[in-house]
Design a protein around this ligand. Sequence first.
Ligand SMILES: [Fe+2]
Ligand SMILES: [Fe+2]
Length: 310
Amino acid sequence: MIAIDTLPEAQRYARAVESSKRVRWDIEKDVIRGRRFETAHKFLPDGLSLAAEFTTLSPRERRFVSQIQGRTYANIFGLVERFINAKVLELSHDHWFGDQVALEALVRFSDEELKHQALFRRIDAMIGDVLPSGYRFDVDANAVAHAVLGKSTWAVLALTLDIELFTLLHYTQSIAPDAELSEIFRDVFLYHWKEESQHAILDELELVRIDAELTADERDRAVDELIQLVAAVDGILKAQASADAGYFVATCGRPVNEAEAQAIDASFLRAYRWQYIHSGARHQRFGTVLSSLITDRQLQRIQAALVTLQ
Ligand SMILES: [Fe+2]
Ligand SMILES: [Fe+2]
């Protein structure tokens, strides 16, 4: 079989449409299937929750951490998919009177992201049914989308490529053998991955297309905007790590002193930075695509910014 990234551009859009039709799934019929979450299960696999980093916690408490992180996972995806979908709809405009297959690929991409947002709202509500009350996710998806879409398309697409590539890696993490991992969450990773695989290809095609229209100065500014966007994502992750650590401390059923509370907060932040920034940024494809578009010095600027988020 021919690797998809060696196909001519028009065929890559066509291949994305074909795959999108083949893998299409339904939230209730395929993913949820009448099941409920069980608190005896982990919601995120250890490789994503970084369970081993929560050194002061018992195995039961680490499982609770994975459940809190699972709820935040649903909310973060609901958040980023709001701006991704708006950007995809905007980009589709360029294809209205052009390649109708490329247009179909982006329309399907948009349709899938709307469905994913509905899936993640459903998952958030289902987790809310089984975990203690008091969980907060106070980030306004529309306000974030407005701020993100204020940046250049190049920067938004580069961030989007990072995001869609890390969903692929998250799936890989979730298939590791772990009898305690929730079967519903395993299916969330599996079904999301099936459709995100096409999105990552389309992000790349659109990024390369938009890149070709930029002057060197515009591209240089776009690199700075990408760094600003990653910093903004990090700001959201910091706030949510503190909210989730506070929720854990309030509901874990034992006293937690200040030093331990801070360590738990720091571990949540490390896990979230891994999940939502580094696991995509370190993806080989992300490096390959970026380095084909920007200079070594621009790449170093991005890498230097990422290093500060450890
Ligand atoms: Fe998605
Ligand atoms: Fe996506």
